[in-house]
Design a protein. Structure first.
Length: 549
């Protein structure tokens, strides 16, 4: 059954047309991965469905009876003084309404006068029974326990459950919003990059929840592994058009490649036919004039009519413009990094038990582990920004590090893009602009403040600055978090060609499988090593190497 239908939807924000004439059906049992380049309009499409945006006249968003939506934006906003547990309970308005009604009925039944009015007493008891049944159906008695389990399963540390949201990170606030929706279970879930700050157990937990969800789910995500694990359909928004494919992300890619190949063949065949018709039209029109022969003129008009009525096959865009990422690097020392008996503790938490590891030239090492395990702490120690309690971090004598920060801390928001580029390398203004345009920035953006960039644009700028740094040892902290799929693929290819060494923190399993040769898993302070990518690691550690909270 159709839960939501979009018909002839156009959206114009300011002077910019985001898309025009889109139509889309969301069935009540579909799990849809909504994908497309950054800026294509994915978030805007979700906001149209929720009513936050209004379509242009002539378009309509129609929901089936009793269909409501639950929406998780990229940056949810909540009462900063509420705790995670309080908020998850408060946000279930239906549950709280039932509780208030039950309290009111209980107060009425405590009034002796009600027992003098049999009809009033009967109505109150009947209403109480119906509400109690509904309360049980929605799991009212065990709601707090389920809320706790949902938050812990998604990766919220137990110590943070009772902290005010003002003390939590942006990623943890998103976990709270996600838990609220999953517990309320509206008929249609709209999730805008819910997995962005989840660790690997959290992503696995989310995938299972989406697969088992008793309704429709539309999820905007750049995580190709997640899209393979839990969706039944892929809807792509590109060039202002929507196309839906049946199956997961891998099937979508195969289908799309086949469709584009067929379209390219049909386009070429049709272009040849159009060329022949145009030549024939000119020839018959010329003969009609030269010989004053209406028969030739009629043939020319008939062919022109046929040409005008022909259903034109659009030329498929087989190669789209992508950022031109070329990580040149250079060889440097054979022994790139050595960790000797390294330890680190905070208060009573042991972040690192004694660690002894070496990274050699040319290796790509993936560093994984639950949120809060100390992965970023280890990276800061390698960069010299934090001191170990004991042991040594030794970099090779000809090693130059380049750091990609997950929260873009290496960028100064008050800088312009040109400032950032010219501070990193000696480039003229025109060369700096040309360089930025290779990373999909426009001429106008080059003079903008970094503060005005989106998350994906900041990620591309950080990668551009890494190229200019000339580093031969890259330390990357969640580099794919804000990249669209096309940009993530460019990064994967660039790392494959990089003549240097890479240590990357990532929860992107697809990315890890494509780029790393060794996995370091930091769990409970202990660093374990596994050859191969994430899939090989998972084979030898079926639970991911640690139990979910």
């Amino acid at each position: 059954m159709i839960a939501i239908q979009l018909s002839n939807i156009s959206l114009v924000l300011g002077a910019t047309a985001i898309f025009r004439g889109l139509s889309w059906e969301i069935q009540d049992d579909q799990k849809i991965g909504l994908i497309g380049p950054n800026g294509a309009g994915k978030s805007s499409l979700l906001k149209l469905i929720t009513g936050e945006h209004t379509p242009e006249p002539g378009g309509a968003v129609v929901k089936a009876r009793q269909v409501s939506t639950g929406y998780l934006p990229q940056q949810p906003e909540f009462d900063p003084s509420a705790t995670a547990m309080q908020l998850v309970v408060q946000e279930n308005l239906h549950l709280n309404e039932i509780r208030r009604e039950l309290d009111t009925i209980e107060t009425d039944l405590g009034n002796p006068e009600v027992y003098l009015e049999p009809d009033r007493l009967t109505r109150a008891i009947d209403r109480q029974q119906r509400l109690l049944q509904e309360y049980q159906v929605i799991g009212g008695d065990g709601y707090e326990l389920r809320a706790r389990q949902a938050l812990l399963g998604l990766g919220m540390p137990e110590a943070n459950l009772e902290k005010p949201l003002a003390q939590l990170s942006g990623g943890q606030k998103k976990l709270v919003g996600l838990a609220c929706l999953l517990l309320q279970q509206p008929p249609v879930l709209l999730l805008d990059e819910p997995d962005n700050h989840l660790d690997l157990p959290g992503k696995t937990y989310l995938e299972q929840l989406i697969r088992d969800y008793p309704g429709a789910v539309v999820i905007v995500s750049h995580d190709r592994y997640l899209l393979d694990a839990c969706v039944t359909h892929i809807t792509e928004i590109e060039d202002g058009k929507l196309t839906t494919f049946s199956g997961d992300y891998t099937n979508y890619m195969l289908d799309k490649e086949e469709r584009l190949a067929r379209q390219e063949v049909l386009y070429r065949v049709q272009q040849k036919e159009i060329g022949r018709l145009e030549i024939a039209i000119k020839r018959y029109a010329l003969w009609g004039k030269l010989y004053d022969n209406e028969k030739f003129a009629k043939r020319a008009r008939a062919m022109q009519n046929r040409l005008e009525k022909m259903d034109k096959v659009e030329r498929p865009l087989l190669e789209r413009k992508r950022m031109d990422l070329q990580l040149n690097g250079w060889r440097g020392s054979n022994k790139v990094l050595e960790l000797q008996d390294l330890t680190k503790s905070y208060s009573i938490q042991r972040v690192l038990l004694p660690v002894d590891q070496t990274i050699w030239h040319g290796e790509r090492v993936g560093l994984i582990g639950p949120n809060g395990a100390g992965k970023s702490v280890l990276m800061r120690m390698i960069l010299g920004e934090e001191s170990p309690d004991s042991g040594q971090v030794i970099l090779g004598p000809s090693i130059k590090t380049g750091y990609y920060a997950q929260e873009h801390e290496t960028l100064d928001p008050s800088d312009t893009l040109i400032d950032a580029v010219r501070r990193t390398a000696a480039l003229s203004e025109s060369n700096a602009i040309a360089f930025l345009m290779r990373y999909l920035f426009t001429y106008r953006q080059a003079g903008d403040k970094i503060a005005n960039l989106s998350g994906g644009e900041r990620s591309r700028l950080q990668l551009a600055l890494l190229v200019l740094s000339g580093a031969n040892f890259l330390l990357l902290d969640e580099p794919t978090n804000n990249l669209d799929i096309a940009s993530a693929e460019v990064l994967e290819d660039a790392l494959s060609d990089f003549n240097g060494t890479v240590l990357v923190i990532s929860h992107d399993r697809y990315f890890l499988d494509r780029t790393v040769q060794r996995v370091w898993a930091l769990i409970g302070g202990k660093l374990t090593v596994s050859p191969g990518g994430y899939s090989e690691y998972l084979e030898s550690h079926p639970s991911g190497g640690y139990t979910q909270s």
